[in-house]
Write a protein that binds this ligand. Sequence first.
Ligand code: MCA
Ligand code: AMP
Length: 493
Amino acid sequence: MMIQNAFPKIAQNNKKIAIVDSTGAHTYHRVDARINLFAAGILGNKRDIQEERVAFLIPASQDYVTVLIGIWRAGGIAVPLNIASAEDELHHYLSSIGVTRLIANYEDHGKLYRLCGELGIQLLTVDDVLAERCNELPSLCQERSALILFTSGTTSKPKGVLTTHKAIRAQILTLLDAWRWSVEDVIPLFLPLHHVHGIINVLCCALWSGATVHMMPKLDLENICSKVISDTFSLFMAVPTIYVKLIEHLENQNIDLAQAIGDGFGRMRLNVSGSAACPVNVFNQWKGKTGQILLERYGMTEVGMAISNCYVGERRAGFVGQALPGVTVGLFDENDMPVTAEKIPGEIRMKGDNLFKEYWNNPKATQEAFKDGWFCSGDIAVIEDGYFRIMGRSSIDIIKSGGYKLSALEIEGVLLTHENIVEVAVIGLPDDTWGEVVVACVCLRAGTQLEYVDLKNWCIDKMSSYKIPKRIKVLDSLPRNAMGKVTKSSLKG
Ligand code: MCA
Ligand code: AMP
């Protein structure tokens, strides 16, 4: 199928407010027109930019939407990056996928000049790109590549997950139906905009359905709660850490205010939790304080959303629900045999139009991620009374903290460049707020010392803040098995 205009539905509901950001309220008509001018500017004198990778570092705002969808309409691959990335991380993202142009706000150009110069990347602002008029935009086939998001895995550097227009469309449409999105919906967006949760579940679903999205550059609980009291929002989507922070926030308010905020959440039509396991006590406390029964769902960068509790029907605490329409989900044992009985654990594997195309320029990793056409998630689950329950990951090297997927190996690789560290093992330990926190177990060079605060300061230039270990354990040696391999499970114990 050809699409005349990537993201076709955005032009509908012309006078309706699409986006509210720090610069004001923007109608669908204005948003759509600005996207077209951006697409025209990116095209220049080309008819189609043919899957050129255009990266951007733009905070949540109308500009972010202009760039994302503008790149799509010009036939490019959009690469939204984490605005809080350290320079080394940016270097990896930009160089590993051959980015040609980087769009960033002018005030951020100073710190990007050198890197872009080194990599031969053109550094631009949104205004630099916007054309004065838009003529013809390319027609794109659904199989065209659209988006690269980086995901951490069991290799040391994050991989680029390449997704097509067809997969994005499938990811959006299943959620519009399952969670009953409508033109009347209003949703706050405070999640990072370099991951599926913020981009697809909130932003794209809202714009596709003609709803209104309040784009906020960061999580500001006071601001959100004051809008919740005045019934600004009908929908709310967040990671479990944010529900924990909201529960704490409510407990720190006087009784009347806490009640008003809780009632405000209670009047919304839906509160969704995902990206990490929602603890049963958080589910129950949220219900107690707001009356809302959280809808927990499960997804991955490579597939979008795959499993969800019901909109109408049972939302079971500690469970992620059932396969979403259009997604086939199976459990498989260690011999790749399907697990059909309930209560027997297996790896979650998935099929469907929602699946990504490949890991960018990494056929080996892509091949290893699929077995018999199924995408292998690395997550272990069981089915109990018809609902999936996630039990954990098959790899100890994947940490989920604050909803972010982190690679222990990536963090170890950075820590090993510290002059005092001779050996390191990074593990995730359970934490009530963050789900897991990153802990580094280190062996130091003889005669040296390392204080936590010094290590933290050293890390600040080298990695995003959520990857920085929250604790260090200094050991004389790391525990090893008979094969000489470090046994991280004994460190966890
Ligand atoms: C920040 N801090 C942490 C962590 N992150 N401490 C321990 N563990 C962490 N992970 C510390 C900082 O070092 C700092 O401490 C203090 O907390 C405040 O940092 P800040 O960054 O300002 O925190 P925040 O703004 O409160 O951020 C928390 C957050 C954020 C809002 C929960 O982590 C977040 O937006 N998470 C969502 C991630 C997400 O959307 N993931 C989706 C990907 P100090 O001041 O002492 O230095 S998964 C996905 O897309 C799939 C498809 C899915 O299923 O959804
Ligand atoms: P990411 O690659 O960052 O998209 O993270 C995807 C991973 O998040 C999945 O493989 C799961 O391990 C985890 N995840 C997402 N949703 C849930 C959930 N509701 N419960 C437990 N884990 C989840």
